[in-house]
Ligand binder design. Structure first.
Ligand code: G3P
Ligand code: CA
Length: 289
């Protein structure tokens, strides 16, 4: 074929790709190899849920990162996994009399004083617990996409609405950004609330509802994200037979897979995404990223 014809066809293919629905990236993983999602950032290599961990994911060449969102005593949304500050910060040293050091019992200003990196490695000493606002700005800066988990929503009434408000204020609820965002929770009620507040958003339930329950979940979530240990090829196939709230088959992102053999096994079940602390290991195992 003439070189100019080839170039024209290639340009047409690119243009077609650019014209697909703005939700296409959030739907990625539907065909071919599973999407690889850096769990709490590239958390095997940098302190989890910090800006350093999503910078590390970007540096390794990964687009999708996962995080956990909770709320401070004075109503600030922050990115941290546990409901206590104890494991991932130096809170015991800074506030020795405040056990059990719950996130919800500390103000944003107090949490901003904590070191969220020294526990992981001296190289990361001084790293902070990011606010969600800071985090979203870094995700944007890095051109990343986000699997945002609303963590422990039962502790934070109204956190769904508050999270969506912040996302909207930061420009993350427009058509272009919706393709780069999935909101998930272990709480079905929380996922349902998010779906009802912003039906265009892609949502995921963390867990493995029975096959009989899937149609109920499909009213408000686009993905079912189970622990990999609870998966089988039959279950993944069953999930794929049910259409979600946007009229497309439900998808499955499995967590948390940190070794090559498990990555290959879970990919063989037909999952659409793999959530991992070691995205480079999963990519090397599957030849995808
Ligand atoms: O994204 C899946 C995974 O994050 C759920 O478990 O405890 O790491 O938040 P956890
Ligand atoms: Ca999580």
């Amino acid at each position: 074929m003439h070189a100019r014809v080839v170039a024209t066809l290639a340009a047409l293919a690119l243009a077609t790709a650019a014209l697909v629905s703005p939700t296409s990236d959030a739907r990625a993983g539907e065909v071919g190899k599973p999407r690889v999602i850096a769990h709490r950032g590239a958390s095997a290599y940098a302190p989890e849920n910090t800006l350093a961990s999503i910078d590390k994911a970007a540096k390794l060449g990964f687009t999708w990162v996962e995080n956990d969102v909770q709320r401070t005593k004075d109503g600030e949304l922050v990115v941290i996994h546990d409901d206590s500050l104890q494991r991932t910060t130096n809170v015991e040293d800074v506030f020795p009399g405040r056990a059990p050091w719950k996130v919800k019992d500390f103000t944003g200003a107090e949490i901003a004083r904590l070191d969220a990196g020294g526990w992981f490695s001296p190289a990361y000493a001084g790293t902070r617990v990011p606010t969600l606002k800071e985090y979203m700005r870094r995700v944007e800066h890095n051109h990343e996409s986000l699997l945002l988990e609303i963590k422990n929503p039962q502790l934070y009434p109204g956190i769904e609405q508050q999270t969506l408000k912040l996302l909207g204020n930061e420009g993350w609820l427009d058509r272009r950004h919706l393709g780069r965002l999935v909101v998930q929770s272990f709480s079905a009620d929380s996922v349902r609330t998010v779906h009802e507040l912003k039906p265009a958003l892609t949502t995921a339930f963390l867990g493995a509802p029975s096959e009989a329950q899937l149609p109920q979940y499909a009213r408000f979530c686009d993905l079912v994200n189970p622990s990999y240990g609870s998966l089988s090829a039959g279950y993944v196939a069953a999930v794929h037979t049910v259409d979600g709230p946007h009229g497309r088959p439900l998808r499955v992102f499995a967590w948390t897979v940190n070794d090559a053999a498990t990555a290959r096994k879970v990919a063989g079940y037909g999952v659409d995404g793999i959530i991992t602390n070691k995205p480079d290991v999963v990519r090397a195992a599957l030849g995808s990223g």
